[in-house]
Design a protein around this ligand. Structure first.
Ligand code: PLP
Ligand code: COI
Length: 364
């Protein structure tokens, strides 16, 4: 049975002027819209009480299991205003599938794809005005999440859950806008291990990354790069982005991205870029790449560009790589032509100005 969302009107929505001010320079994750979605789950009724209500605090029992054992998962996707004024999201079905993969790994209930998509539609209907105008860099970031709400200190899967969805207008993820970022190769800590939770979008993965991210920041870097847990040799991903390495240039360019080992997140942007790169005539490869191969490749000119990709970061060039033993720049800290071309295609597709050959945009 498909969930039918009810809506409680907001008594004091953000004024039109204030909203315009926010949408002009939203940054990332700083502002929230007027409404939110909530759906409850228990073992008897399954998913029930689907509702859109004014954005506001959630009351939780102090013994709610999420506060003790961190049973929480989330997703991230963006809604884009199209040239005809409609709103579309990029591959939301893929986010629904990944949400349910994460749910299975964390022993949580799955939510049917149609209800996941229904929740996006219900929120966008209420928050329509919060989707920025067509044609710019801005979009509305959607954050579905689910957590264990049962009051109990037993270490076992919760019997009750809350699914919720909030939205936040988004501009550039990094403060410098599209400027190439610097990264720190972390060997002291690991993010995820084989058999662990690295390929789930599980809140705990992000909690576990914070100390290393702070360490990277202390060393003057924007982001930490995670290496494999066993040898600390092979590059996995960044805190909230996957990575691509461009070998060679022009029509002969080869794009390499770390293979999905089970300990890195299968990014939807990563998957899409493998297809868009092939469409553009580049060769692609998913394989292991070591820190030594990267450094030597940059030094001898084989590796010409490095970029990060993800929903929040879109495509962000990496201009400098630091580790405890090395510090080098990539492509003179400039955005390379392959990075720029793929970025233009991806963002054009999302904004409805490039043909959607793969049927990736879903009108909401
Ligand atoms: N890796 C991590 C750890 C992430 O949090 C994200 C962001 O969602 C990504 C990669 C990129 O995934 P996607 O392209 O689906 O946003
Ligand atoms: C995203 O790109 O959607 C992410 O989740 C990355 C980060 C903000 C956690």
């Amino acid at each position: 049975m498909t969930l039918e969302f009810t809506r409680t009107e907001h008594p004091h929505p953000v004024s039109e002027n204030r909203r315009a001010e926010i949408l002009a320079a939203p940054g990332f994750g700083n502002y929230f819209t007027d409404y939110m979605v909530s759906v409850d789950f228990d073992r008897e009724r399954g998913w029930h009480r689907p509702r859109v209500t004014p954005y506001g605090p959630i009351a939780l029992d102090p013994a709610a299991m999420v506060l003790h054992y961190a049973q929480e998962i989330f997703e991230g996707l963006k809604a884009y205003r199209q040239p005809d004024g409609s709103i579309a999201a990029f591959r939301p079905e893929a986010n629904a599938a990944r949400f349910n993969n994460s749910a299975r790994r964390l022993a949580m209930p799955e939510i049917p794809e149609e209800d996941f998509l229904g929740s996006l539609r219900a929120l966008l209907e209420a928050d329509n005005e919060w989707v920025p105008a067509a044609g710019g860099e801005e979009s509305l970031y959607l954050r579905p999440f689910m957590f264990a709400s049962e009051a109990s200190l037993g270490v076992r899967p919760s019997d009750t859950y809350l699914y919720s969805l909030i939205a936040s207008p988004a501009g550039a993820y990094f403060k410098g806008g599209l400027k190439p970022v610097s990264v720190y190769l972390c060997t002291e800590y690991v993010r995820a291990t084989p058999g662990g939770t690295g390929d789930a979008k599980f809140g705990g993965n992000y909690a576990a990354s914070l100390l290393a991210q702070a360490q990277a920041a202390e060393k003057g870097c924007d982001q930490v790069v995670w290496l494999d847990a066993l040898e600390h040799r092979y590059i996995e991903e960044m805190g909230g982005m996957n990575l691509f390495f461009v070998f060679g240039s022009g029509d002969d360019a080869l794009l390499v991205t770390p293979e999905l080992t089970g300990s890195l997140l299968p990014g939807i942007t990563r998957d899409s870029l493998l297809t868009l790169a092939a469409d553009a005539g580049y060769k692609t490869d998913e394989r292991r790449i070591s820190v030594d191969e990267l450094r030597q490749g940059v030094e001898n000119g084989d590796v010409t560009e490095v970029f990060a990709c993800g929903t929040a970061a879109v495509i962000t060039p990496v201009g400098r790589v630091q580790s405890d033993t090395h510090d080098y720049t990539v492509n003179d800290e400039k955005t390379g032509p392959v990075t720029q071309a793929l970025r233009d295609t991806l963002t054009g597709l999302q904004r409805g100005t490039v043909e959607d050959k793969h049927g990736w945009m879903t009108t909401l």
